[in-house]
Design a protein. Structure first.
Length: 154
């Protein structure tokens, strides 16, 4: 990840399992990103295996809530996006919303209602990097997942 001038940042956004199977939902999320000036640089469907899941959620491994989180992330395809924009991380975090009580107008609140898909604190619609350090690490994991998928599809 490169830090650009004018506070331009790269970040990682992932549409989580179950939700990634809906192309219209992905389009809605990409439109919301575009509305706040964030553009998609790279995108692909990916599968997290258990090793990539542990790497992605490294700060949570060993916690009581981790095993079901890992089970969820490896349960189906995800849709990963490397994105870029001015102050991208804070803008994205704002439009994504809280995992526990997302506000009206945020992705985590609106998308399950629009698409009539059940969501929970753990099994929610979207992941977004919370810092430049996390973004750099998560982009690397996304790239590994893309590479693994390409190897499997040969």
């Amino acid at each position: 990840m490169k830090k650009k001038s004018n506070n331009t940042q790269q970040s990682y956004v992932m549409v989580k399992p179950r939700f990634a199977n809906n192309k219209d939902l992905i389009i809605e999320i990409k439109n919301r990103l575009a509305k706040v000036g964030v553009k998609v640089l790279k995108e692909d469907y990916i599968n997290y295996d258990r090793d990539l899941a542990k790497e992605h959620y490294a700060e949570h491994v060993g916690k009581d809530f981790y095993p079901p989180l890992e089970d969820y992330i490896v349960s189906d395809i995800c849709y990963g996006m490397v994105v870029e924009g001015k102050n991208a991380i804070s803008k994205i975090r704002e439009i994504v919303g809280s995992t526990k009580e997302p506000a009206d107008g945020t992705i985590r609140h609106d998308i399950p209602l629009i698409f009539k898909i059940e969501s929970s604190t753990r099994e929610n619609v979207i992941h977004a990097s919370d810092s430049e350090q996390s973004a750099k690490r998560e982009i690397g994991i996304f790239e590994k997942a893309v590479e693994k998928n390409q190897e499997l599809n040969k």
